[in-house]
Write a protein that binds this ligand. Structure first.
Ligand SMILES: Nc1ncnc2c1ncn2[C@@H]1O[C@H](COP(=O)(O)OP(=O)(O)OP(=O)(O)O)[C@@H](O)[C@H]1O
Length: 276
């Protein structure tokens, strides 16, 4: 693992109007690493993600430091960032993330022609290869459809494909599986895991779901009301949570485990959380 972080956040403080929504948050995401930002609803996860992406609303006041590959970007909006500090993203709502009027093929072709300078023909080939790699059936037909003509899981995998086509060193995924059923969630998490592995892309995964985090990430940063309360290897956080909120998260995840797994072994919590 490279010793320089891909993303380095220091003393991040975000204020919206009179409300302080993130207060002194610091964490790193290293090369090839998948880190989750885990917290309850309203804890400041999305504002942190928006700050990293350069997409904070105009009324946000932000302080601290956000470095991407060593370059300070905290006050640089997404549209003004240099190529090497661009971050790709996958959002919860795949329907509004895609242009409803444009076919999947045209939307996926664009990053290949715009960012990689491919000809139209080469971009079509790259698009097809990417859709196939995402495990999407019948890419020939899929590229002719508009987003509304796909299932939620297919659409989310198209969004991941779009993010991968942008070939950035960091991908931010903000609750990408929340709107999906359990089987499709597992498919989308697998796709994210395989493609970040294959392309050596670092991932910042925003979630309130410990189960999803355990399937995907090596490390977690846990926040409560905009403040980091605990961080470390996910395995350790699951087996020996220190903070009350983390203990509650782990207990809640255990309380929904299937009856046949109850009381199995001491290592069962991690095995169970990572098994889906
Ligand atoms: N426009 C706004 N003005 C002021 N405060 C806001 C605004 N939008 C959100 N907030 C507050 O900012 C805090 C953090 O919101 P944020 O969306 O980052 O939380 P989150 O952890 O992503 O929650 P969720 O999991 O529900 O998406 C919340 O307490 C919320 O009430």
């Amino acid at each position: 693992m490279c010793s320089n972080p891909v993303l380095s956040v220091r003393d991040l403080r975000i204020q919206i109007g009179q409300q302080l929504v993130v207060e002194g948050l610091s964490f790193d995401v290293m090369a090839d690493e998948r880190v989750c930002l885990l917290g309850a609803s309203g804890s400041g996860k999305s504002f942190t993600a928006k700050a990293v992406l350069g997409l904070l609303p105009p009324n946000a006041r932000v302080q601290g430091s956000i470095r991407l590959l060593g370059q300070e970007v905290i006050h640089t909006p997404a549209a003004q960032r240099r190529n090497e500090t661009r971050v790709s993203m996958v959002f919860q709502d795949s329907l509004s993330a895609l242009n409803p009027l444009v076919t999947i093929g045209s939307q996926l072709r664009e990053p290949f022609t715009r960012h990689h300078g491919l000809s139209r023909k080469a971009a079509v080939q790259a698009t097809m290869a990417l859709l196939e790699a995402m495990g999407l059936p019948d890419p020939q037909r899929l590229i002719k459809r508009t987003p509304a003509e796909l299932s939620g899981g297919q659409r989310q995998r198209v969004c991941i494909a779009l993010a991968m086509a942008c070939k950035t060193s960091l991908l931010v995924a903000d609750e990408p599986t929340t709107a999906l059923d359990v089987v499709t969630q597992a498919q989308v998490l697998r796709t994210l895991r395989e493609h970040t592995d294959k392309t050596a892309t670092s991932l910042l995964f925003i979630t309130h779901d410990l189960h999803a985090a355990a399937q995907l990430c090596q490390r977690a940063v846990i926040i409560e009301r905009g403040v980091m309360i605990e961080s470390g290897e996910l395995d350790t956080l699951i087996t020996a949570p220190q903070h009350r909120f983390t203990q509650e998260l782990v207990a809640a995840a255990h309380s929904v485990q299937p009856a046949e797994l109850m009381g199995a072994t001491e290592r069962m919590p991690i095995d169970y959380l990572k098994s889906a």
